[in-house]
Design a protein around this ligand. Sequence first.
Ligand code: GTP
Ligand code: MG
Ligand code: ZN
Ligand code: ZN
Length: 371
Amino acid sequence: MLIRSFFMACPYCHKRNIIPEYICDKCGAVHAQLMPNSYGVTTHRCVCGQKLPATFFLNRGRLAARCPACHAALAREHVESKRLFLPVMGGPSAGKTAFLYSAVKQFIILKAPNLGFEAAFFDPRSKSAFQGAISLLKAGRAPLKTNNLIPTALNLTLSKRGRLKFLLYFYDPAGEAYQMADMLAGHGFHEYLSGMILIVDPFAIEAVRVRYQSELLSHWKLLNPCELPIEETIDRLLLTLTDNFGLSKTGKVKQPLAVVLNKVDAFDLETLVGETAVDRALASMASRNARRTLKRHEVRNQLVSAQLAAWGEKAFVRRIEARFGHYRYFSCSALGRMADGRPKPLQGRGVLEPLMWILGRSEAGSFPPGC
Ligand SMILES: Nc1nc2c(ncn2[C@@H]2O[C@H](COP(=O)(O)OP(=O)(O)OP(=O)(O)O)[C@@H](O)[C@H]2O)c(=O)[nH]1
Ligand SMILES: [Mg+2]
Ligand SMILES: [Zn+2]
Ligand SMILES: [Zn+2]
């Protein structure tokens, strides 16, 4: 299923394939499955004896490639380097699915046209999953629990004047599964890891539960607090990266990590860590004529990480600092408000910023800076 949900379309015959055929640069033999598999994880040996790179990292793209269906030669930029793989991680009911669909929806409506992209779903399953989730949100209902252990994937293509530019692959596992491990190994997805979004539920934090004890009594079901300590979410993520993505035990992750504090619509969180708090901090800085004025994202970054520390999550903040080379803190409300049954559409707030930051930073680049 995973394989079926991840492929490229031939620009000539439009047939969809998982991977193009590569041609041996020594003898011209055609290799249909030149990716990490039982023939070899990093290289395959051709019948002629030539060692062929089986991954993107090893510059597989230097080989000539062709469409398996019509045999048309495919340009390098079409088959390599344009895929962005973006997992949305976090504990159970942190709001991963709500975040993903809200963010993708806003991206398609607000960002893609501005950047000159035509956005389209690549496979019918992505399209119907998206439409299903969007119509729930429109009706004021929270997304369904992601309850299968098969990762939910959402493939989005971005084209310019009919030419495929990017294939975005969003990955939204059930919080319980939360292991990219088996699902990715062997499929070669690790080649494309572009960044990660970690959704943090403030109501998973003990201090927050104590602080809003009485409010929570009446809102528990609506907020669906995550039961996994947030420190554990980062440890699991690091474990996955160590086990499957070649991260050393003490090494720094080079892909960007967006840490997104969700559900800030609840109670007074918006004024404490949301954009209202960022506005206030910026205004106070301006009125004090501070010598060095911080940018909005810097203020947000400080505010959210300091608040997490104040809630007793210093270890979480330190772990991120120690293990991730590029990270940023954000806050959002994936649903915009409580899904309290009113039929008014649910509209995410603050969901686009983390996505655009990751896309802007991702190795494939060419998303305009400043996103
Ligand atoms: N008030 C509020 N509640 C939210 C928000 N986002 C999620 N929730 C609540 O959290 C529940 C879980 O959200 P999901 O998006 O399904 O969470 P998930 O991380 O995908 O959960 P699993 O797939 O079960 O791991 C929702 O049903 C809502 O009750 C938000 O922005 N605001
Ligand atoms: Mg989910
Ligand atoms: Zn050969
Ligand atoms: Zn073709």
